[in-house]
Ligand binder design. Sequence first.
Ligand SMILES: CC1(C)O[C@H]2[C@@H](O1)[C@@]1(COC(C)(C)O1)O[C@@H]2CNc1nc2cc3nc(N)[nH]c(=O)c3cc2[nH]1
Length: 374
Amino acid sequence: MSLPNHFELLATDGTARTGRLTTPHGVVRTPAFMPVGTAGAMKGMHWREVRDAGADIVLGNTYHLMLRPGAERIATLGGLQAFTGWNGPMLTDSGGFQVMSLSDLRKVNEKAVTFRSHIDGAKVELSPERSIEVQRLLGSDIAMQMDECVRLPAERSDIERAMRLSLRWAERSKRAFETAPAGYMLCGIVQGGDIPEMRRTSARELVDIGFHGYAIGGLAVGEPQAVMLAMIEETAPLLPIDRPRYLMGVGTPEDLLEAVSRGIDMFDCVLPTRNGRHGMAFTRFGQINLRNARHADDPRPLDEESEWPAAHNISRAYLHHLVRSGETLGAMLLSEINVAYYQHLMRGMREAISSGTFEMFQQQTRAGWARGDI
Ligand SMILES: CC1(C)O[C@H]2[C@@H](O1)[C@@]1(COC(C)(C)O1)O[C@@H]2CNc1nc2cc3nc(N)[nH]c(=O)c3cc2[nH]1
């Protein structure tokens, strides 16, 4: 049974697309990058800065929020927006991936994933039904099905087992989501590892089940970029052209450019904030490591042409000093500078696709990164 479509495709340029996704908490302009606010906060940033940087939507994690402070508690406090103060759309991941990445003593069977909380060691069971219940309690605008993602490289048999389990969990997730109010969305997740026929099977059967949108999962798990791009080329054309496509966990600015050109609409990644906390800046000239001694006496800002204040009115010397001194302000400034750079890159892509100049935009952007930091 097909679900209502809340995505409007506005323009295409080759296989790149720009559109608008309408959610209960606002409109998301695509291609969109979702900064990752794992446990209900954007590490090192106020929501005001996230919004001013241009983000329409942020990501939260079922795994973290169900363990602490608890989904029922957040629901009692009015849901994620009321609880956190972020007043825009939120997408929540379903928890399976985080369990595999972050917790010990985990077991996967047909029913659920069972694991020990990384916080207090308590035994927790996360089924597709409980994952959807948690995401509904959180008030997430866009929920993800419960799935199993295998790390690459992996055995064919393991990739097939996880792909087919994820399809059965897709059915169960959709059934559990049936009571959600109009406007709230559920995405299916394509699995299949690095095996084209598994990707095709997963995509086709997921579309037959029918979702508001479709994510490509099982990537950005350590595979080479060429493998990730090949799996996108295999999968995207099989997904409905009029519904949003979300590439999970991706990525660097280079990944975003390549994936948008292959028809991806939405992304999330920890890199802008995580690298910011480690002294790395994303800029038009590529990545700049502010720990490097070469910045100690440099009075120039990171980018005089950036519209983001901290990128054009704070010296590299000062950023270097903050990073070397371990000052919290260094992590805060670089996090906002990086989130703003990612948002400005996405806005540039949306404008280029709308004006039919995406090819030239890609060339100019890559040339800037290649020129490097002078
Ligand atoms: C766990 C943490 C913080 O998220 C980052 C980063 O570590 C790390 C860990 O290893 C590297 C590769 C270096 O990057 O992988 C994350 C970024 N890649 C990614 N996120 C995903 C989330 C996903 N969620 C679901 N439900 N299903 C998926 O298939 C899925 C695939 C994903 N791939």
